[in-house]
Design a binder for this molecule. Structure first.
Ligand code: ADP
Length: 686
């Protein structure tokens, strides 16, 4: 293909405008990666220290935040009147994420939870274990004040029962109790609730009967009593009864049965809250009471179990910024005093390790994400990995403890050179891949665009060629017809032979016109698809012979010799008009492009499952570079100026389309100067 100046410009534009900038950009990005990696290596040590301080700051900040929240929660508790065990404030209690329980002290005395003072008071052995002035203050009994305030707030149901146990004959207390319990069980099962209640009242009113009983049993008796009242729908009585037991519980000098009491009150309060006819204000009161009471019992339980550690921490003066810690395997305690609080206020909290840890890790994770590939590890005191990863053999750069509360170990490792190398090669490969992809896309894009444009231009020129050739083809016979007709009309022709000669010429020119128009019509018929086809089983030899008979004279006149072979009964499925035009175009071309003296062979034969139609000539032949183009629409070899043979460039395009619609194959063997053979193979009809 000749490269025109315009095409050259196009190529230059592509190379200069797309390929070159892409290549330069790729090269620059490639260099950039190299620089980046170099800088990463160089700056690693500097990054390490900023990473380290960012991690430390984050831990410190989050811890301080928890301390501040704890302080706010503690201040709220300090501001409440003594004895939070009342009908309000529960909703205002501020819980802190990461803190499980809060204990308040003022001048060494426990202020909250206020149940606790009485528990500790009874632990005689404890005061011996850690004797100190503060301990003594801690054990001071606050009960009187507590009782007064509670008594005002709790309405105690006055129950008057005058049952006497004399109707029973008991030998010993043990047997008496066993018998009463047995009877209660019997009545309860028999749903004789009143009788069961009477017996229960005996046990409750005469504590000596159950004096030796385990605290758990006392609570069971309370539970049963309460349960029966609920079953009898005596809701008001049930409420009063629960409050009276609460009052008794608070009046007791020592509280040992924390877990059984907790179970009773939890259960009783929950049932009361489920009473449908409970007025809204009472419901709120009971809800507050339950929350406050449960919380206090829970905290008291903690204090009770870890009293030694609490006492040690209270005596500990080694606080840093008002904060000190005590850790055991089970519990982590934290003491906060001045400057977090005022005066002699001291707060001890039990840390909820899981949520505390979770809060800090959340903060650290966001930092770690911005420092990708930083080799570090955070482990707890048992060596469990909390964050980061422990490399197999990288040397340690820095190691220190992190968060006194959590007792973590923070370790920074040397960056593995192999890691950097791996990272580089990975990025290089990615870059190479991208570069290659970009280049291939650009080159392919350019190629297809170039092809598309040249094809468009070729088509345009072919159409122009066609128009000029067709108009010429139409004009020449028309001029001759007009001229001969005019001469005949003027009556100048005296001789009869001349009139006959002119008439014959007019007829010839007219049939030339007819042929050309026929070719155009045929082509457009093919263009519109096979919709107009009439499919039938037909003998291809007969069809080809018809064509041959029609054009033989033209060839003979030109001085050509014909050889034909029409094997009979070769049936194919097809449209007669389409197959006729296929044969006509091939034989016409053979005649057109063969100069005398020359031979033309038209052959229809059978070959296995195929019917083979071939037209061979000894004409001008077709150059191999042109062989694939000649089947294109409007394509003609050479240009209009150099071509002596007239045509439309639609003949072989029509042949190709007919063959395609009949699922036939076309082959061409041709050599310039030697001749051409066109062969079309049709599938035999069944
Ligand atoms: P047309 O003959 O009207 O130009 P065709 O589509 O029939 O158009 O043929 C396309 C081109 O193929 C012709 O212009 C001619 O150059 C070439 N050609 C077709 N048949 C032959 C043949 N038998 N021998 C040599 N050249 C041929």
């Amino acid at each position: 293909m000749r490269v025109s100046r315009r095409n050259l410009l196009f190529v230059l534009l592509f190379v200069g405008g797309i390929i070159l900038p892409t290549a330069i950009l790729s090269f620059l990005s490639f260099r950039n990666i190299q620089n980046e990696v170099y800088l990463a290596q160089k700056n690693f040590n500097e990054s390490v220290s900023s990473f380290q301080s960012e991690i430390e700051d984050a831990v410190e900040k989050e811890q301080n935040k928890i301390f501040q929240e704890t302080k706010a929660a503690s201040l709220f508790l300090y501001e409440q009147p003594q004895g939070l065990l009342d009908f309000s404030h529960a909703t205002e209690f501020k819980s802190v994420d990461g803190i499980e329980a809060i204990f308040l002290f003022n001048e060494g005395k426990l202020i909250y939870p206020d149940l606790s003072s009485r528990i500790l008071f009874k632990q005689a052995h404890f005061s011996k274990a850690v004797p100190s002035i503060q301990d003594k203050i801690l054990f001071q009994e606050e009960l009187q004040g507590f009782k007064d305030s509670t008594a005002q707030k709790i309405y105690l149901g006055k129950r008057s029962r005058s049952l006497r146990p004399t109707s029973f004959f008991f030998e010993t207390k043990d047997e008496q109790t066993q018998n009463i319990l047995g009877l209660i069980r019997f009545y309860y099962n028999a749903k004789k609730y009143d009788e069961a209640l009477e017996l229960l009242s005996i046990l409750e009113q005469f504590p000596h009967l159950q004096g030796y009983l385990h605290a758990d049993l006392t609570r069971s008796i309370n539970m049963l009593h309460f349960e029966i009242l609920v079953r009898q729908h005596k809701h008001q009585e049930a409420q009063d009864y629960c409050l009276s037991i609460l009052s008794q519980f608070l009046e007791k000098q020592d509280i040992e049965d924390i877990s059984s009491s907790r179970f009773f009150f939890e259960n009783a309060f929950t049932q009361i809250l489920s009473f449908e006819n409970l007025p809204q204000d009472k419901r709120e009161n009971f809800w507050n009471l339950r929350e406050n009471f449960n919380r206090q019992l829970r905290y008291t339980d903690i204090l009770h179990r870890h009293r030694n550690l609490f006492s040690e921490l209270l005596n500990d003066d080694n606080s840093k910024n008002g904060i000190s810690y005590k850790n055991s395997d089970e519990i982590s305690l934290l003491k906060m005093s001045f400057p977090f609080l005022s005066g002699d206020q001291v707060v001890i909290v039990k840390i909820d390790k899981d949520t505390f840890q979770h809060r800090i890790i959340n903060k650290l994770s966001t930092i770690v994400q911005t420092w990708k590939n930083m080799p570090f590890s955070i482990t707890d005191k048992n060596g469990n990995l909390i964050l980061g990863s422990i490399p197999e053999s990288a040397p340690i750069i820095a190691q220190h403890s992190l968060s006194e509360v959590m007792q973590w170990e923070f370790v920074l490792y040397e960056k593995d050179m192999q890691d950097i190398h791996k990272e580089t090669t990975h990025r290089m490969f990615l870059m190479y891949g991208l570069m290659l992809f970009a280049l291939i896309t650009v080159i392919l894009g350019s190629f297809f665009m170039f092809r598309f444009i040249t094809q468009e231009r070729k088509l345009l020129s072919m159409k122009t060629n066609f128009l000029s050739s067709v108009s010429h083809e139409l004009k020449t016979p028309l001029t001759s017809i007009k001229m001969f007709a005019e001469m005949m009309a003027r009556g100048r022709l005296q001789k009869a032979e001349k009139v006959q000669e002119y008439s014959t010429l007019i007829g010839k020119e007219a049939s030339r016109l007819e042929n050309l128009i026929g070719a155009i019509l045929n082509y457009t018929r093919m263009e519109h698809g096979t919709g107009a086809f009439k499919w039938e089983k037909l003998d291809l030899s007969i069809c080809a012979k018809k064509v041959f008979d029609a054009v033989e004279d033209i060839g003979v006149e030109k001085g050509l010799t014909f050889y034909t072979h029409f094997e009979p009964n070769l049936f194919v499925m097809g449209d007669y008009t389409a197959l006729y035009s296929l044969a006509q175009n091939l034989i016409d071309n053979a005649i057109k492009y063969t100069n005398a003296p020359g031979d033309i062979t038209v052959d229809v034969r059978s070959e296995e499952d195929w019917v083979v139609f071939s037209v061979a000539d000894t004409g001008i032949g077709i150059a191999s570079s042109e062989q694939k183009n000649i089947f294109n629409d409007f394509y003609r070899v050479g240009d209009e100026m150099t071509r002596s043979t007239k045509g439309s460039g639609l003949g072989l395009a029509t042949v190709k389309r007919v063959a395609e619609t009949h699922k036939a194959t076309i082959s061409l063997v041709s050599k310039p100067g030697k001749g051409s053979t066109f062969t079309v193979k049709f599938k035999k009809a069944e």
